[in-house]
Every structure is written in structure tokens, then in C-alpha cells.
Design a protein around this ligand. Structure first.
Ligand SMILES: [Zn+2]
Length: 276
């Protein structure tokens, strides 16, 4: 994966030192940006970008680090971020570049592409419950990175692919598909708390793990589920097995990642886990 997903910048200088140009701080749609600020404050500064607050951490004396997730649909171009501390306010621009997303065509039975009002109501209700689980606060402070792939196998559909279902354009693919054989173990990609377990019409057997600091993993289409809600899991712990429940054209694991609800490329976080 490209290193452009993650870019560490020693940037904000309240002391009046020159800031780097905006073009130096960039990531593509679905990436993560790491900002660093030199701010002499005893309590954590607030980092705001794209209408949200993002997690920050003290690096050393007067140096802070913050992580910003670039949602898949963030318009390409310049976006302003702000650090705020002790009445001080400083802006910094980041540049979002367009992701290179391919087109993915699938053919599924009609009942999995066109829905009667009752099924549509069920699907919408399930999505509401799923999305509300992304906002549950989890008392943990992990690194903003994934430790491992949740299943071993070839990637069949990449992040961001524009899906054409039975010839109709649909929403983009917000995770990655790992085409592992039925029964392959599915593991937690990072430690966390199980926030949701359910059998969804489209996603099949699904588990949501909240890792803490607004980082969430969604694992779908499993044959079975081996964890229960509110259970804490370690990285690598068994969550279930690969299957083809819900709307699936064959056995695979769908893994998507949310960071403060932004839809992030799991590879951006796996790459971050490999950084020294
Ligand atoms: Zn998928």
C-alpha cells in the first residue's frame, strides 16, 4: 500500500516557526493523516477537522499528535484543520487527493437487489442499529492502527470500489473483501469490545468491535459468530468463521473500518501498524 495514506508532519508551530506548505500534508480519500503540533499546554488541545474533533496524544514536552480520518467521500482538495488550546487557535490546511477506485460488478438473486417495503424497512432498521454502534464510547486507548488481517486469503474486492449490482450503480464498497474458504477463522484485527452481534439481511452474520478512540471494525457474512455483545476480545482472538450469509456471491469476509464514523481503508491502518 502507498505510504501516502499516512503522513507524519511536524507541523504546527505556535512559537512562530515556519509551517510547511499545505501540499506537504495530504492523504487520499479513505486515508489517515497524522498531524503534530508544538503547543505548550498542560491539558490536551482540541483538534478539529471537517466538523469533527479528533483524538490527540502527548508526544513529549509541548508536542502533541493528532489523527484525522479522511472519509471515502471527502471531496478532493484543501480542507482546514484547527488546533485550539488556552484561547489560542491555529489553522492548518490538509490536502485530500482522489482515491483510485475500481468498478466492481456483481450479479445476485433479484430478492437481494430489489426489496419489497417490509424488507426495505428491515434493512434500514438494521443499518440504523449498526451505525449507532459506531458511536458507542469504548474505554480503551489503542494505537490508531490495526494489528492483523482478520482472515487469511486473497482480496477479492478492494476498498472504495464502485459497485454495480445487477447492472444498477449502488453505494461504493466501504471495506475490503477477503475471499477465504468457508470455515476460515475470523480474528479480531485489534483488541476491543464487541458492540454489536446480529444477523443482517444484507451483511449476514455481523460483529462490530469498538477498539477505542473512535476506531471500529465491522466483520460481515460470517458462517457463525463466536463472541457476544459487551465481551472484550484480544487482537487475534476468534470472532467467528468465514461464510456467505447475507448478500454474498461466495464465501468471503467483509471487513470495514470506521474512525469517528469516517469510512477508512483498512490497509491505511494496517500500514500504520507496521510503522516503527
Ligand atoms: Zn464487501
Amino acid at each position: 500500500m502507498k505510504r501516502s495514506h499516512i503522513l507524519c508532519m511536524l507541523a504546527m508551530m505556535f512559537a512562530g516557526l515556519p509551517s510547511p506548505s499545505a501540499s506537504e500534508i495530504s492523504a487520499e480519500q479513505g486515508g489517515i493523516i497524522v498531524l503534530e503540533a508544538r503547543i505548550d499546554t498542560s491539558h490536551p488541545p482540541v483538534l478539529q477537522c471537517m466538523g469533527k474533533s479528533w483524538p490527540v496524544e502527548k508526544v513529549d514536552e509541548a508536542r502533541w499528535k493528532g489523527w484525522v480520518g479522511i472519509d471515502l467521500a471527502t471531496p478532493a482538495g484543501s480542507h482546514a484543520c484547527q488546533w485550539q488550546a488556552d484561547g489560542l487557535r491555529l489553522s492548518q490546511n490538509i490536502t485530500v487527493t482522489k482515491g483510485h477506485f475500481r468498478i466492481s460488478r456483481i450479479q445476485v438473486p433479484r430478492r437481494m437487489a430489489e426489496f419489497d417495503p417490509r424488507t426495505l424497512e428491515r434493512i434500514r432498521g438494521e443499518i440504523r442499529v449498526l451505525k449507532s454502534s459506531y458511536r458507542v464510547h469504548v474505554e480503551a486507548s489503542p494505537p490508531i492502527a490495526m494489528k492483523l488481517l482478520p482472515a487469511n486469503g486473497p482480496e477479492s474486492t478492494p476498498f472504495g470500489a464502485q459497485r454495480i449490482v445487477n447492472g444498477q450503480p449502488r453505494s461504493p464498497h466501504t471495506g475490503i473483501d477477503i475471499a477465504a474458504p468457508e470455515g476460515t477463522p475470523v480474528m479480531a484485527p485489534l483488541a476491543g469490545k464487541v458492540l454489536y452481534v446480529g444477523n443482517m439481511y444484507l451483511n449476514g452474520n455481523t460483529v462490530v468491535i469498538g477498539h477505542g478512540r473512535g476506531l471500529v471494525s465491522v466483520l460481515s457474512h460470517m458462517a457463525d459468530i463466536k463472541v457476544s455483545e459487551n465481551q472484550w476480545v484480544k487482537a487475534g482472538e476468534l470472532v467467528g468463521h468465514v461464510g456467505q450469509t447475507g448478500r454474498a456471491t461466495g464465501p468471503h469476509l467483509h471487513w470495514s473500518v470506521r474512525f469517528h464514523e469516517a469510512r477508512i481503508n483498512p490497509h491505511a491502518l494496517l500500514d500504520a501498524g507496521k510503522q516503527p
